[in-house]
Design a binder for this molecule. Structure first.
Ligand SMILES: Cc1cc2nc3c(=O)[nH]c(=O)nc-3n(C[C@H](O)[C@H](O)[C@H](O)COP(=O)(O)OP(=O)(O)OC[C@H]3O[C@@H](n4cnc5c(N)ncnc54)[C@H](O)[C@@H]3O)c2cc1C
Length: 390
């Protein structure tokens, strides 16, 4: 039987879409790998961050946060997530994120200026000029979230096909009517592109220019530390680009580097950090997290955060190809926003409106800059312009 919706990609975006859409009609999700959550969704640092710079990321994250707080605990086998609290610290610019603070406070999010006696262990001796405490913030395990979405989707009748490589979109009479996989064509009422770093390539084969550039980023793991308890808040210094988050008794640490790369044709997107990336992380930890730098970084990996030039997702119907929908370009916020992404998509597909997100701003065919800034070393004042697409 041809499904109502066919979803390409089994990461956070695709699995959330599968869960939400399977309550509306029949769904098939296609994932090229033998298991779901093999792309960015297994490479991330696990923070649910509502206080993002981009308002649409904040809106999407609010929905996910609400789901994790209220609904997920009621599910059988709920995804792994817990409240840790967060500190968003500032080293150079005490006014950084002030708009976000105002916006979120207006929506009832608790955000307090951090007093000196509330600075947590990870930030001991850090050169802070100001800091915000968000005591309700969470972490979540992305693969367990993907599994939870897919389990629920299956109970609602969805089929998940792994080892199913989508080679191209199937277009008839100017309409997207399905996809062609390694096993042949599958027709569907509509297709959702949720293939992360690889979406632009599929769109290009269909004659659509949708700039999506994967930016490689490293995450390091320190030696074990008794301070890295499960309830220690994650700490992010936005105005210099560096964060740490306790996990399994050590710290995940990131220098917020950005290196544009071509999506790997074999889908192997997890990599080894380079010497330069190790050195950048060590240098930043020494400068901004001296109490953690002394532990040393013992292992690490790199993963792909896939962005559009304006750093907003491609979410919703493609106006230039009826039948094609997008859930891509989630950048560094796809864990935080995953529930909202699937919810928005299902709401719009069913012809309804979301009063918390306007689809116009996320129109997949919106105009994009041909050159746009990235932050190679995570410092906001050291940008480099790159071209909008490959
Ligand atoms: C180092 C790092 C740290 C991060 N930290 C955080 C964080 O703390 N908080 C946060 O909110 N976000 C974070 N992120 C971002 C988050 O992980 C991503 O935004 C999110 O995982 C994107 O999910 P996705 O489903 O769009 O893409 P992916 O997880 O990459 O999934 C895409 C899937 O599509 C499949 N696919 C692609 N093409 C095809 C095809 N042709 N046929 C079949 N299958 C296909 C792929 O195999 C893959 O499984 C981080 C990312 C990285 C790399």
């Amino acid at each position: 039987m041809n499904p109502d919706a066919l979803i390409v990609g089994g990461g956070l975006a695709g699995s959330s879409a599968a869960y939400h859409l399977s309550s509306l009609g029949s769904v098939i999700l296609l994932e090229q790998s033998a298991f779901p959550a093999q792309g960015a969704s297994k490479q991330n640092a696990g923070m649910i961050r509502r206080m993002a710079a981009e308002p649409c990321d904040r809106a999407l994250a609010q929905r996910t946060f609400h789901f994790l707080n209220e609904e997920a605990p009621l599910w059988d086998n709920p995804p792994s997530s817990q409240v840790t609290g967060a500190i968003l610290g500032l080293v150079r610019d005490p006014l950084w994120l002030h708009n976000a603070v105002g916006h979120l406070r207006a929506h009832g999010v608790t955000i307090e200026a951090t007093e000196t006696n509330q600075i947590p262990a990870a930030l001991k001796d850090a050169p802070l000029v100001a800091a915000w405490t968000l005591p309700e913030e969470r972490v979540a395990d992305a693969p367990s979230l993907v599994q939870a979405f897919l389990r629920k989707a299956k109970t609602q009748g969805a089929s998940v096909h792994t080892g199913a490589h989508v080679q191209r979109l199937l277009i008839e009479e100017g309409q997207c009517v399905g996809v062609v996989t390694n096993d042949g064509p599958i027709y569907a009422g509509l297709v959702v592109l949720a293939g992360g770093a690889w979406c632009a390539h599929l769109a290009k084969k269909a004659g659509l220019h949708r700039p999506l550039i994967p930016l490689r980023r490293m995450v390091g793991v320190t030696a074990l530390d008794p301070m890295a308890t499960d309830t220690h808040p994650w700490c992010w210094l936005d105005d210099v680009g560096c964060y740490v988050r306790p996990k399994n008794g050590a710290w995940l640490a990131c220098p917020c580097d950005e290196t544009p790369v071509v999506p790997p044709t074999d889908f192997e997107s997890m990599g080894e950090p380079t010497e330069k990336e190790w050195a950048l992380l060590q240098g930043k930890l020494q400068r901004y997290f001296p109490s953690i730098a002394r532990l040393g970084v013992t292992s690490g990996w790199t993963g792909l955060r896939t962005y559009t030039p304006d750093r907003k997702p491609l979410l919703g119907a493609d106006p230039e190809l009826p039948g094609l929908w997008w859930a891509a370009g989630l950048g560094g916020s796809g864990l935080s926003g995953c529930w909202g992404v699937g919810e928005a998509l299902a709401t719009w597909i069913s012809g309804n409106e979301t009063n918390w997100l306007d689809p116009a701003g996320l129109n997949p065919a919106r105009k994009q800059l041909s050159r746009w800034p990235i932050l190679p070393e995570g410092y906001p004042d050291h940008a480099r312009l790159i071209s909008g697409s490959y």
